[in-house]
Design a protein around this ligand. Structure first.
Ligand code: FES
Ligand code: FES
Length: 240
């Protein structure tokens, strides 16, 4: 008997500390759930945020006059239109090619005031009043320019997609060299480069990628025009 009673007593004495512990656990769990729900409740009671400002509103087109290959083109352009898109999509001058559209391939090279630029990296509205030369403007009076002829004679292209950019770039390259502009492989940048080596040509043409790999023949064509000493047929910087 004493054993049974002992067991009951023993059970009763064990229950006393366990029940408050269970209660404490349930209370703290309920408190945690309340805290977790609080932000949600706060969000429900907050006043709705104001709608975001309209950042992407289109800017209306404006009249832009570009002088390309000696001819004035008056176009209606949004300010965000690149020179490349203005030439191809608005002026219908499709000779200038779009490759990467981010300044990495040189397919879009044109001359602005005789200087070569990537037309995909500049806005058309920035070039009002400047003389722009595209590949269509290199030939004069129906005759190919010396650089165009050399590209044909030296087989300096295959698919031809990069060729308009290569031609504009090579044309400006010779003018830059004649004006004494140094490149990163020029031994002494304080003096005029002594000669237009193949290394100089490769470096100065390195912004123009040819996926067909016609590089050796492109260098040969540029060299032939340089060694021939004739005019490149393109406007000089500042004289366009
Ligand atoms: S399209 Fe302009 S650099 Fe490639
Ligand atoms: S000729 Fe094809 S990419 Fe240059």
């Amino acid at each position: 008997m004493s054993t049974h009673n002992d067991c009951q007593d023993s059970g009763a004495s064990d229950a006393t500390p366990q029940q408050p512990a269970r209660r404490r656990f349930l209370q703290s769990a309920a408190a945690a759930a309340t805290v977790g729900a609080a932000p949600h409740l706060r969000a429900q009671t907050q006043t709705p945020a104001a709608p975001p400002a309209q950042l992407n509103q289109a800017v209306p087109p404006r009249r832009v006059t570009l002088t390309v290959n000696g001819r004035a083109y008056t176009l209606q352009l949004e300010p965000r239109v690149t020179l490349l898109d203005a030439l191809r999509e608005y002026a219908d001058l499709m000779g200038t090619k779009k490759g990467c559209d981010r300044g990495q391939c040189g397919a879009c090279t044109v001359l602005v005031e005789g200087r070569r630029i990537n037309s995909c990296l500049t806005l058309a509205v920035m070039h009002e009043g400047e003389n722009i030369t595209t590949v269509e403007g290199l030939a004069a009076n129906g005759a190919l320019s010396p650089m165009q002829r050399a590209f044909i004679e030296h087989d300096a292209f295959q698919c031809g997609y990069c060729t308009p950019g290569q031609l504009c770039s090579a044309t400006a390259l010779l003018n830059e060299f004649r004006n004494g502009t140094a490149s990163t492989v020029t031994a002494d940048v304080r003096s005029r480069p002594a000669q237009l080596s193949d290394e100089e040509i490769r470096e100065r043409m390195s912004g123009n990628i040819c996926r067909c790999g016609a590089y050796a023949n492109i260098v040969a064509a540029v060299r032939a025009v340089h060694d021939g000493g004739g005019s490149t047929g393109a406007p000089q910087p500042g004289t366009a």
